[in-house]
Design a binder for this molecule. Structure first.
Ligand SMILES: [Zn+2]
Length: 499
């Protein structure tokens, strides 16, 4: 179960009703009146609510030490930021920031209004040192303090849906092709919202001050340009032709040059030897998970397995399956019906069925106690009349241990009847996972290793790479070329040999 972007939109659209209008508050850099779609108070509220949703849907990476490292570095940079300067208005100064590490292999960093900054484990695996992380965090802090999302929302009259959608796309960089495809599949309106970016001026402003804060904190901020170069390599390699995503970023060549120049100016002013922090950073990410983590659930052939929650069920041939942090979504080849698999908050199948029925003003055609592979269950079928027509649905609630697992399949009165049998059989295939090989499956991880000889990078890679990655991916992760000569003793991120 993994991330679900779509429901973030849903959450935020309800919030959009609460807020709105235009706010005038001082611009932190100029002191002059700035115009924003929301007051700072509203941005704080929006950030808090969206943060809860993002944590639930994308999931936090389970490594307290690494999470604390990012938080501490974020807070250190904050001490050099405009928002914490003693002459900044109190509403800004009092804002506490939250820095989070998300359990996603998509290479991304983003910020939400009100002081929420996120980096993914996919991003960490592509950084080479602490200075680069400092520049990324500094850049995101600036998006928050300069209120770029709120400014953009005012300009485009998009309301919160666009504001948060755009923010979550963040620095873009969808290495994962499925993620890119998913974004494009959003279609029409949602795709437009998703392609909302802060704009070139905002990105330049974030680079400008982000580099400043990193340098003032003592870092070799010029390192940031090497990381931005590797982002370009990722986009080139994944072959995404989504120009609107890129168009809001400053020209990559210009960006690298500007970052280098700014960094050397600031580093000269501080008068100390700037910190790169390669060994320290690489020691922190030694053992980091790469690629998708099968312990969060994965499908293999026509079966979906969840080792951590110890269950499995069928994925019919031709159906698509999307595994997200809080739910699994299945759909037939024509996308005519949808099946959502979640854990109900209720304690029993009956209570979960009653809660669903009362929420939906549901007209049942069938409602009964049953069993699924000898686990107590409750099944429900019927229809719901909505403004856009009748929705037919089937729900099965299964008690397994403490949890009530829910299958909720639905479609229109035209599409549902033909698929109802398949939906019932998916729910009926739910059972305990007992295969020890699957129960013990482990994700692939990075091993930080010193090169044992002088050789081209590609010759130092093991013969077998984790599935879904190739030599080029590992070169990008290490910020080197495939044929680049590596000296003996140089630190490399290589795939760990055991899984
Ligand atoms: Zn940015």
């Amino acid at each position: 179960m993994r991330q679900r972007l779509l429901s973030i939109f849903c959450l935020v659209s309800t919030l959009a009703l609460l807020l709105g209008g235009c706010a005038t508050e001082p611009n932190l850099y100029t002191g002059q009146t700035g115009y924003y779609a929301y007051t700072w108070e509203q941005e704080l509220q929006l950030g808090r609510q969206s943060d809860a949703q993002i944590v639930q849907q994308m999931g936090l990476y389970q490594d307290d030490e690494l999470a604390a490292y990012i938080r501490d570095l974020g807070n250190e940079l904050l001490q050099h930021s405009a928002i914490k300067r003693s002459d900044a208005p109190e509403i800004y100064q009092d804002t506490e920031f939250t820095f989070r590490l998300l359990d996603s292999d998509v290479v991304n960093a983003f910020a939400l209004p009100g002081g929420f900054v996120y980096v993914t484990r996919g991003l960490l695996s592509h950084l080479q040192n602490e200075a680069q992380l400092a520049v990324v965090l500094g850049h995101e802090i600036v998006h928050v303090e300069a209120r770029h999302a709120s400014k953009q929302a005012l300009k485009q009259q998009l309301g919160q849906i666009g504001l948060v959608a755009g923010a979550v796309i963040g620095e873009q960089i969808a290495e994962n092709k499925d993620f890119a495809r998913e974004m494009v599949n959003l279609g029409g309106e949602l795709f437009q919202l998703a392609t909302l970016k802060y704009g070139r001026d905002a990105e330049r402003e974030s680079d400008l001050h982000g580099v400043e804060y990193a340098a003032k904190a003592g870092y070799a901020a010029g390192e940031g340009s090497a990381f931005f170069r590797s982002l370009d390599r990722i986009s080139d390699k994944s072959g995404q032709s989504i120009p609107s995503w890129m168009s809001s970023h400053p020209d990559p060549g210009e960006r690298e040059k500007t970052i280098q120049e700014l960094a050397s100016q600031w580093n000269a002013k501080t008068g100390q030897t700037p910190i790169v922090g390669e060994e320290r950073f690489l020691a922190k990410i030694d053992g980091l998970v790469v690629g998708q983590n099968p312990r969060n659930g994965y499908s293999d052939g026509q079966r979906f397995y969840h080792p951590d929650l110890r269950f499995q069920f069928d994925k019919p041939a031709g159906w698509s399956l999307q595994n997200e942090s809080g739910a699994v979504y299945l759909s037939d080849a024509n996308r005519s019906v949808m099946l959502a698999f979640t854990i109900a908050p209720e304690k029993t199948p009956l209570a979960a069925a009653q809660a669903l029925a009362s929420k939906l003003s549901f007209e049942p055609t069938y409602a009964q106690d049953t069993h699924v592979n000898s686990m107590p269950a409750y099944a429900l079928e019927g229809s719901v009349t909505t403004q856009s027509g009748v929705i037919m649905l089937h729900a099965t609630f299964v008690q397994k241990g403490e949890n009530v697992f829910t299958f909720l399949g639905y479609g229109t009165s035209a599409s549902f009847p033909a698929q109802a049998g398949t939906i019932r059989s998916i729910a009926g295939s739910f059972e305990e996972l007992t295969n020890p090989d699957i129960l013990n499956i482990q994700p692939y991880r990075i091993a930080v290793t010193r090169a044992d000889r002088n050789a081209a990078f590609q010759d130092l890679l093991p013969d077998r790479l984790p599935p879904g990655t190739d030599a080029h991916d590992w070169a990008i992760m290490n910020q080197v070329e495939l044929d680049q000569q590596i000296e003996r003793g140089q630190l490399l991120k290589l795939p760990a040999s055991t899984r």
